[in-house]
Design a protein around this ligand. Structure first.
Ligand SMILES: *Cc1c(COP(=O)(O)O)cnc(C)c1O
Length: 456
């Protein structure tokens, strides 16, 4: 055997700390604002919604390294470290000189990277005496991860799932219920926010924005109940850095260092998780890795959104977040990559984009599935529709290498597998999928409802 396919770490090499990029950023993210007072939110403000420890992590710009609690690290051993894989067969199919690696986050039983943060959030909730957790879920991966993590740490979980996703991916709610969670389609009639949305638009198909509003409302009106979020926020990105910290060691085992790091982009958690540990070396050691966030062309907040203060949810319950946004009531097309249908980008990522330390790229739905098919047929793993966007972006880069003859090292995040997304593949295979383009007018329209707050 001459060529090594997989790079595997032992359990004792799983990181003991997460990496907080905020500490190393020259331009820190702008503060989150209280929507009423327009003053920066404090840890105490956040702790009304989230557990205290995550509230602290959210605003921590001091500590670059944060210890992973031992019970969380112990649960990481159930499925980590995840393999780093060299995609030889994909390289061959593309006839590219590029070296393509992927970090395979699809190998845990829940099928995506979301579990890395779900375990941390539920652990902290339990420590602080919380009994119940709520959340929203789009495609259902986060809801599934949270349901499992809640069960592990002895919490009750209530999940609001985007209505359209519930219809497209019925098995996801079965998974959540198998782990003991209660699941409701959003918008629902069980919250004030849900009722208001249905009154305005009886056929509303739901969005992450509506589901977040409902979950926050439940958390803030129920004793001992905290809200949890699977993406977008800084503490979620922090927990996901376990991905990139492992990948860094594994790339060293392969004797390589990535020229380009690529991940799909919904709210930024798998991107941040893989990218930040490598970006650290751009910030501190003069490395020049390029970081590419692949978003769907139907929800192009990084490339066509505006850098503004906006709400994280439809009803306006969250603090104001300084971020690239398409507007908090943006209604994305019903693409199958449900996890990428979020209107905003998070505060760290937005600052990094503004400072040109990374950039977005837009991938049409059909190109994403073309890439997913090629990856399935070469590497033998059916990728999540979200992950297909990262693969498509990687393939674009590999083709550039073919033209230029350069053997660049490309590393992408396989954020999840697509085995519960086969309805999406079915419509792709039967020729029913189409691309959605969004006009500048539509974007301008939904940006009109962004609250007008100066960016200081
Ligand atoms: C949720 C999800 C995404 C998108 O969320 P990010 O926070 O941007 O990572 C991507 N891929 C998979 C498999 C997901 O479950």
């Amino acid at each position: 055997m001459s060529k090594q396919k997989k790079f595997i770490l032992q359990e004792n090499e799983i990181p003991t700390q997460w990496y907080n990029i905020q500490a190393d950023m020259v331009n820190k993210p702008l503060p989150l604002l209280n929507p009423k007072t327009k003053q920066p939110v404090t840890v105490e403000d956040l702790a009304h919604i989230f557990n205290l420890e995550c509230s602290k992590q959210e605003l921590d710009t001091q500590h670059a390294w944060i210890d992973i609690p031992e019970p969380v690290r112990e649960m990481y051993t159930y499925y980590r470290a995840t393999p780093l894989v060299r995609a030889y067969a994909l390289e061959k199919a593309l006839d590219t000189p590029a070296h393509i690696y992927f970090k395979n986050e699809s190998v845990n039983p829940l099928g995506s990277h979301k579990i890395n943060s779900a375990l941390a959030q539920c652990y902290y909730c339990k420590q602080e005496g919380t009994t119940n957790v709520t959340t929203e879920t789009g495609a259902g991966q986060w809801g599934a991860a949270l349901s499992y993590a809640a069960k592990i740490f002895g919490l009750e979980a209530a999940v609001y799932q985007v209505k359209i996703s519930m219809q497209q991916k019925p098995y996801r709610s079965s998974i959540m219920r198998t782990f003991g969670a209660t699941v409701e389609g959003s918008p629902s009639m069980s919250t004030r926010a849900g009722k208001d949305i249905i009154t305005r638009d009886p056929h509303h198909q739901g969005s992450l924005g509506t589901a977040i509003s409902e979950a926050i409302e439940l958390a803030t009106t129920t004793p001992h109940c905290k809200y949890t979020l699977g993406s977008v926020l800084n503490h979620v990105s922090l927990h996901q850095t376990v991905i990139g910290l492992e990948a860094e060691k594994q790339m060293a085992m392969a004797g390589e260092y990535p020229d380009k790091v690529i991940a799909c982009f919904g709210g930024g958690s798998n991107f941040s998780g893989l990218a930040f540990p490598f970006m650290r070396h751009n910030l501190l050691d003069g490395k020049q890795t390029e970081f590419i966030a692949a978003e769907p062309s139907s929800c192009p907040k990084l490339t066509r959104g505006k850098f503004e203060y906006d709400f994280g949810d439809e009803a306006g319950y969250t603090p104001l977040l300084p971020m690239y946004t398409l507007g908090h009531d943006f209604k994305p097309a019903n693409i199958h990559a449900g996890g990428l249908r979020y209107h905003g980008a998070g505060t760290i990522i937005s600052q990094l984009v503004k400072d040109k330390l990374m950039h977005g790229v837009d991938i049409p739905q059909l190109e994403a599935f073309d890439a997913g098919l090629l990856f399935s047929r070469t590497e033998g793993i059916i990728p999540a529709p979200e992950s297909c966007h990262a693969i498509a972006s990687t393939i674009r880069e590999a083709k550039k290498c073919k033209e230029s003859g350069e053997a660049k090292v490309l590393l992408f995040s396989l954020s999840g597998h697509g085995l519960i997304d086969m309805t999406a593949y079915e419509s792709y295979l039967s020729g029913d999928l189409r691309n959605y383009t969004i006009s500048d007018e539509d974007i301008a329209q939904s940006l009109q409802n962004v609250p007008q707050v100066p960016m200081k």
